[in-house]
Design a protein around this ligand. Structure first.
Ligand SMILES: [Zn+2]
Length: 295
């Protein structure tokens, strides 16, 4: 499933192709992708809106929408149009979602679930083989995203914050780091990679993490996410591709993820696979000591 680096890559590559464009029409070919409204209600919400910002929050691509302010509608074309907020589209790729922009003249693919026609002759397309992804309109994006924890690449995510937050939770590290309300954007791959880099075991109790360990974990999470963004994410199956159709290359750097039975890149011990919180979890038994009390 795409995590922060993959979603960030999609947002960055989509941005120059859709920013400032106006949505002239919408097609919903698989209603469930919209997460609720009818195709007609969705069309009414988005048609005529300009895309005024393209960003990411957690694993959502956020397309902020605006409508030309009433006084501006009759204004001469060369003036910079002011927009009133008109909600946002939250795109969650889940397992197999893919966002890309193509010329409107090109036929839609067999897996296109939602398509937005733009005023420059292109169409923003949301393809999704397995249909778990969502392409949802929300009137109030701040409220819709309110439950999410801090962004790990923001100034909020510090060693001091993390240590306090870990102490309050009393949970095992891995399930806690996967919890989007605790910290946003991490998933199975980058949690395994960061815990290995920080030399912390996924089953360690959060309240036992020391200040230096919390500092190390923050540095590891940041370094791994930044490197993965530079490499446009990880592609280890046929699903995740950038909007340009290219695979990411961070999978070539994996420290432990998917490397069970192979030597640890740091110490040479054999990487092991465990199941933690129903997720396949990869650890080096030498770099990541099993915590006391765990068999
Ligand atoms: Zn090792």
């Amino acid at each position: 499933m795409p995590e922060l680096p993959e979603v960030e890559t999609v947002a960055r590559l989509i941005r120059p192709r859709v920013l400032g464009r106006t949505i002239t029409a919408s097609q919903a070919l698989w209603l469930r992708s919209l997460g609720g409204p009818s195709a007609a209600a969705f069309d009414e919400q988005v048609r005529g809106c300009a895309i005024t910002h393209v960003g990411r929050r957690a694993k959502y691509i956020v397309l902020t929408l605006g409508r030309a302010a009433p006084a501006e509608r009759a204004a001469p074309k060369h003036r910079l149009t002011k927009h009133e907020p008109a909600g946002a589209l939250l795109v969650h790729l889940r397992m197999t979602g893919r966002l890309h922009v193509e010329p409107s003249a090109d036929p839609l693919g067999p897996y296109t679930r939602v398509a937005l026609s733009l005023d420059d002759g292109h169409t923003l397309r949301f393809d999704d083989v397995r249909k778990f992804g969502r392409f949802t309109f929300v009137a109030d994006p701040a409220a819709a995203l309110h439950h999410l924890g801090p962004e790990p690449l923001s100034d909020e995510f510090t060693g001091a914050w993390l240590r306090d937050a870990l102490r309050q939770r009393r949970r095992q590290l891995k399930p806690l780091l996967l919890d989007q309300e605790f910290v946003a954007g991490l998933g199975n791959i980058y949690v395994d990679e960061a815990l290995h880099e920080a030399q912390l075991h996924p089953l360690q109790s959060s309240e036992r993490v020391t200040k230096p360990q919390a500092e190390r974990l923050v540095s590891a999470v940041r370094a791994i996410l930044e490197e993965a963004i530079l490499r446009e994410g990880s592609s280890f199956d046929t699903f995740y591709r950038t909007p340009e159709g290219q695979p990411g290359s961070y999978q070539e750097q994996f420290r432990v993820y998917g490397r069970d039975g192979r030597p640890c890149r740091r110490c040479g011990a054999t990487v092991q696979k465990l199941v933690v919180a129903q997720r396949g979890t990869h650890v080096c038994p030498r770099c990541q000591r099993t915590p006391r009390g765990v068999p």
